[in-house]
Design a binder for this molecule. Structure first.
Ligand SMILES: Nc1nc2c(ncn2[C@@H]2O[C@H](COP(=O)(O)OP(=O)(O)O)[C@@H](O)[C@H]2O)c(=O)[nH]1
Ligand SMILES: [Mg+2]
Length: 303
């Protein structure tokens, strides 16, 4: 819980922490609801989520005869929490080799996240991980992964920059089998939905993994940069049209005041959040927990 609290200080201080002050001890009136709505929208919570939260709060205020604005505080936490879903258990066990594809735009944090996931699965959860350096566009991405791989003791399958990404993925599945690895993490090149060739390449990577391993890829996780706020929503919608995104990882929560976008991704778009990135270090990837997340948004009242 502590890591959310410290990692999300920007989001907390900018928006959510201020809600308590804003609510004050006045009688609830139309302005209260308008102000609250404006604040939630500003906090990137999303249009649908904001509407649902307000409806929930109004109902509760009527039901429990809440009259003063500051009494809405606890109700607000509850209402926000109610919009979030606990992510499903990833579909990555029960077969000899499972494949997770990591996708997203340039700079969103894919390569770093692949290393963090590899470390987590291999060194904490005792899986036998192998990585495919599927971003063959940037030499730096390949080197970056190899350096991480050495450090966390996870094999990395790579080819020369400019080589065919689908072939690297194929090689990695062969290597996984011969080396007895059971979880393949595939890094991919950053792409925009407007980049036709790259989107084609993604389809090819998907097809190749499906040919070698039944039903693969078993998970496709979209990495979204938390500092993008509402823009990340559009990215998510576009990627979803192109590939079957099964879940989302939101990075850089530590360096953004726009952490409210988690609500929009999860509740407005209905995509599960599997992990959040809370820093640049290998251990700074935290499984998403709705309760810890919502707690991290508000000032600790006990203190
Ligand atoms: N503060 C912070 N930085 C991150 C996080 N995740 C990634 N980064 C940084 O974001 C930058 C881009 O990451 P990279 O993995 O290369 O992105 P890619 O282009 O999608 O592969 C790097 O400087 C990372 O260290 C995070 O959770 N928090
Ligand atoms: Mg990369």
């Amino acid at each position: 819980m502590g890591i959310f609290r410290s990692g999300m200080s920007k989001t907390r201080n900018s928006f959510f922490g201020r809600i308590a002050q804003m609510l004050g001890s006045n009688q609830i009136d139309d302005d209260t609801w308008d102000d609250l709505e404006a604040l939630l929208i500003q906090a990137d919570v999303g249009v649908k989520t904001t509407a649902d939260v307000l409806k929930d709060l109004r109902n509760r205020a009527a039901r429990e005869n809440i009259k003063r604005a500051d009494q809405l505080n606890v109700a607000l936490r509850d209402a926000l929490l109610a919009t979030l879903s606990t992510p499903p258990v990833p579909n990555i066990s029960g077969r000899p080799l499972s494949i997770i594809l990591i996708v997203g735009v340039n700079g969103s944090g894919k390569t770093t996240t692949v290393a963090k996931l590899a470390n987590r699965f291999n060194n904490i959860m005792q899986r036998k991980v192998i990585i495919a350096a599927g971003d063959t566009f940037r030499a730096a991405a390949i080197e970056q992964l190899q350096t991480w791989g050495d450090r966390i003791n996870v094999p990395v399958v790579a080819n020369k920059p400019g080589s065919d990404a689908a072939a690297v993925v194929y090689d990695a599945t062969v290597a996984a089998k011969s080396r007895g690895r059971d979880l393949l993490l595939v890094d991919t090149a950053g792409r925009l939905h407007t980049n036709y060739n790259l989107m084609e390449e993604l389809a090819k990577i998907k097809a190749v993994s499906g040919r070698v391993v039944e039903d693969a890829p078993h998970e496709v996780w979209l990495v979204l940069d938390g500092t993008n706020g509402q823009n990340a929503l559009q990215q998510a919608e576009k990627f979803r049209e192109m590939v079957d995104v099964t879940g989302v990882i939101v990075t850089k929560l530590d360096s953004t005041a726009k952490g409210g976008m988690i609500f929009a991704i999860n509740h407005d778009l209905g995509l599960p959040i599997h992990y959040t990135g809370l820093g640049e270090k290998i251990g700074d990837l935290v499984p998403f927990r709705p309760d810890f997340f919502v707690d991290g948004l508000f000032e600790d009242e006990e203190k």
